[in-house]
Design a protein around this ligand. Structure first.
Ligand code: UDP
Length: 469
């Protein structure tokens, strides 16, 4: 019998790559005879491939039937060198199309391709895969509610004009609570931008795909899932099958011994006493904002573990440490009895799973949300980019697993607001509600992935559809 393969084509940045690879691991666990080939391209950010390299090595070293196929590095045309991260995330896969075509043909000479799974950023390969007649799926790295809002973009496009950021009203998006225009992703604010056009194109292809796989679970987003499956988010054509197979999180694979310093520190802290602050793979603050966080944390009197990322080269605040406005090293020395600061990166899933952690100030990136839910750690929602403001509204108003932070329209947060919400989360009445509610969601998350759980059922439906072809 000829071997069978599933080809995955993630965006190579941490927040996108890890969950798709974890999905590959899940398929492998249930269908060890299927080979998984994961295509890796040049990363749109300068740090992308260095931060994922260790993770990729760990997986390839332990699961031989998952193969990482590193496509050759290509030179970016000079006109792209000044493009923003999100634009590049769409444009680089476009450049890779001829290579992806040849790679898929070569794989299919050796093995039957049961499915090609794309990220929305690797949407450029949709036409390639369809032309070669492979069943083509999308793996959506945010939740079902985020998917409702993404699939609704073409409707916003045709029913509004101009910059939606100027509109002072609430969108009535099927499956979501009323969403204020200012909470929509900033990417949608400029109709002429490269990413705007790419998102419109991607949603059209997603609607025509063989299925959309979502890293979430039904018990977390019931009404969004129901709305999607009722076809309300794609009114003009049948909605493809929607598979919720999560929560998929990286767990231990992101930890290495050099990072265990903070886990050791956590071992010496009381149960549920530490608030953890971490803002994803791209969250960077100006010094004035770092200063407010520091003052707020100190005044709250709570124990803390805070990850402070250095801005990328060329950023206006090139060093996040010592400056006239704020000296991070001095703050660290002053608060050594109460907290710890990690520079740039910390093993987040392991930290959230540590018994000493009782709260999480999060940028509401979807992987971070799922990791907090699985670990049962309530959140203070501090959205920064992408669809995170939508996630904040959902986490606070619908799922009730986070408290919201007061911020200015530019996203600035004062020390008082940090102090107030960190204290509320760890000790207050509003905090008590979210502390209880997240434990319920954590129970549901675990129930979804055991035998007979909703995510297992959806995974079986997906793989059965492969067997049928
Ligand atoms: N992450 C981590 N340590 C850090 C920052 C991030 O382990 O210091 C991991 C985090 O656990 C999550 C991923 O990087 O798995 C970030 O994904 P998310 O969707 O939360 O945010 P993004 O980086 O895509 O904005």
């Amino acid at each position: 019998m000829e071997s069978e393969t599933v080809v995955m084509y993630p965006s190579p940045e941490m927040g996108h790559l890890v969950s798709m690879v974890e999905f590959g691991k899940l398929i492998h666990t249930h269908h060890p005879s299927l080979s998984i080939v994961i295509l890796i391209t040049l990363a749109p950010s300068k740090t992308g491939s260095t931060s994922t390299g260790k993770y990729i090595n760990t997986i390839s070293g332990t699961i031989p039937s998952i193969t990482f196929h590193h496509l050759p590095t290509i030179a970016l045309p000079p006109e792209l060198s000044s493009h923003e991260f999100v634009d590049l995330s769409f444009e680089i896969p476009q450049l890779y199309n001829p290579i992806v075509h040849d790679t898929l043909v070569a794989i299919s000479d050796e093995s039957t391709i049961k499915g090609v799974i794309l990220d929305f950023f690797t949407n450029a390969a949709f036409q390639v895969s369809k032309t070669l007649d492979f069943p083509t799926y999308y793996f959506f790295t945010s939740g079902a509610s985020g998917l409702c809002s993404l699939l609704y973009i073409p409707i916003i496009h045709t029913t509004t004009s101009g910059d939606i950021n100027d509109l002072n009203f609430y969108f009535d998006i099927p499956g979501l609570p009323p969403m204020h225009a200012s909470d929509m992703p900033t990417l949608l604010f400029d109709r002429e931008s490269i990413s705007y056009k790419n998102f419109i194109n991607t949603t059209g292809n997603m609607a025509k795909s063989s299925g959309i796989i979502v890293n979430s679970f039904v018990g977390f987003e019931e009404s969004a899932v129901e709305t999607l499956r009722d076809g309300k988010c794609i009114p003009d054509r049948p909605t493809p099958p929607i598979y919720l197979i999560g929560p998929l999180i990286a767990g231990g694979n992101l930890v290495d011994s050099s990072e265990n310093e903070c886990l050791k520190w956590l071992n010496s802290q009381p149960s549920k006493s530490v608030v953890f602050l971490c803002f994803g793979s791209r969250g960077v603050f100006k010094k004035e904002q770092l200063k407010e966080i520091a003052i707020g944390l100190e005044k709250s009197g709570q124990r803390f573990l805070w990850v402070v990322r250095d801005p990328p080269p060329g950023h206006e605040n090139e060093s996040s440490s010592g400056s006239k406005e704020f000296d991070l090293e001095e703050f660290v020395a002053r608060t050594v009895d109460k907290g710890m600061v990690m520079k740039n990166w910390a093993p987040q899933p392991a930290i959230l799973g540590h018994d000493s952690v009782g709260g999480f100030v999060s940028h509401c990136g979807w992987n971070s949300v799922l990791e907090a839910v699985v670990a049962g750690v309530p959140m203070v929602a501090w959205p920064l980019y992408a669809e995170q403001k939508i996630n904040k509204v959902l986490l606070v108003e619908r799922m009730k697993v986070a408290v919201a932070l007061r911020m200015s329209s530019e996203g600035f947060v004062t020390a008082e607001a940090v102090e107030e919400k960190v204290t509320e989360l760890m000790k207050g009445e509003e905090g008590r509600v979210v502390r209880e509610r997240i434990l319920e969601m954590s129970r549901r998350a675990k129930a979804a992935v055991v035998d007979g759980g909703s995510s297992q059922v959806d995974l079986r439906k997906l793989t059965q559809s492969w067997n049928a072809t």
